[in-house]
Write a protein that binds this ligand. Structure first.
Ligand code: ADP
Length: 332
């Protein structure tokens, strides 16, 4: 979700963004499938099917979309669901596309419902039916659009309506990366940013990166700052640890926000089960932030489990926080 990032992160994202398949580490199955879709489209002289990419922020959805455009030799236009407020906004974007271009629609689950009916004919028949005027004087105008590939990205596929979901020719879920893949990404980024870094420091950064490339790059950059001030720019394992500790990223990649959620769950609800709404209120967080930002990683690490009766903190979570686990009625 590059559109919501602080400017510094956005610059970092674009400077480190892989520009070819070889540099796009991991997600092998998805790469393979998308390459086939592209090759087939090229052979037919058409643009690839519309694609839906879902997965957490920072896992590489925008990057994948850019690679599709690059492979097709076409341009990419990036926008996001909430940015399209009126049919006219959509018309302006679509009519400005060139034949075969890629339109990347981030946070597609946040697109206004009223826009959906315009997007269906655009996706299916490359036309846009605009209504001009109001009341009895209203008339429709049909605009012909260039053929394009819509790549939708979302962290919450469940919030997409079924008709919208069904209009994508391919749907791909990006998963958390394997630790060794994150290590490769940190190594590549260090090379590109000309950072001197010890192999052990790469491992330390990767381990605290929430299995997420964007986080890995962000932490690497912070660690570099530390090294510059404290160690002539050389990133040793000691410097990496020191920097990450002082940034309050713990050895399992948990940050203060994660700890706050776990503590609320354990201290205020005796470890759960508790509903999302109550947890959010107790932790003073937005429900969406818990769902999108914290919970996926906490679940991946086995600290939180979702049960039909609500969220539950695992024994691991207690141990991680150094709190005695006394529960006998385990839900895990
Ligand atoms: P999303 O769109 O899912 O939020 P991005 O595509 O913007 O994520 O990726 C964030 C950053 O992480 C990119 O700038 C890129 O540098 C890095 N990145 C993402 N996926 C990969 C990958 N598979 N290999 C290497 N770097 C990656």
């Amino acid at each position: 979700m590059s559109s919501n990032l602080p400017p510094e992160d956005e610059i970092l994202d674009s400077s480190l963004r892989p520009k070819n398949w070889a540099d796009y580490v991991g997600q092998e199955k998805i790469k393979e499938n998308i390459k086939v879709i592209i090759d087939a489209a090229k052979q037919r002289g058409q643009s690839p099917d519309h694609l839906l990419l879902y997965g957490n922020s920072g896992l590489g959805k925008t990057t994948l979309a850019q690679l599709v455009a690059l492979e097709m030799g076409k341009k990419i236009r990036i926008t996001s669901g909430p940015a399209i407020e009126r049919a006219g906004d959509l018309a302006a974007i679509l009519t400005n596309l060139q034949e075969g271009d890629v339109l990347f629609l981030d946070e597609i689950h946040r697109m206004h419902k009223s826009i959906e009916e315009y997007i269906y004919p655009a996706m299916e028949d490359y036309k846009l039916n605009l209504i001009l005027g109001k009341g009895p004087m209203a008339r429709t105008m049909e605009l012909k659009l260039p053929r394009f590939t819509l790549i939708g990205a979302t962290t919450r596929p469940g919030l997409l309506s079924t008709p919208l979901r069904n209009r994508f020719g391919g749907t791909f879920q990006l998963n958390f990366y394997k630790p060794e893949d994150i290590e490769k990404i940190v190594e590549r980024s260090a090379r590109l940013l000309q950072i001197q870094i010890e192999p052990e420091a790469i491992k330390i950064i990767a381990k605290r990166s929430r299995f997420t490339p964007r986080v890995a790059n962000r932490l690497l950059k912070r660690v570099r700052d530390f090294a510059q001030v404290k160690n002539h720019g050389i990133v040793t394992s000691e410097i990496a640890k020191l920097a990450l500790d002082s940034l309050e990223v713990d050895h399992q990649g948990l940050e203060p926000g994660d700890i706050k959620i776990l503590l609320a769950l354990i201290e205020k609800f005796d470890g759960g089960p508790v509903g999302l709404q109550s947890l959010a209120a107790a932790a003073l967080e937005e429900e969406d932030t818990i769902l999108d930002l914290y919970e996926p990683y906490l679940m991946q690490m086995g600290f939180i489990e979702r049960t039909p009766r609500g969220r539950v903190a695992s024994k691991l979570a207690y141990e991680h926080l150094g709190i005695k686990y006394t529960k006998t009625n385990t839900f895990i």
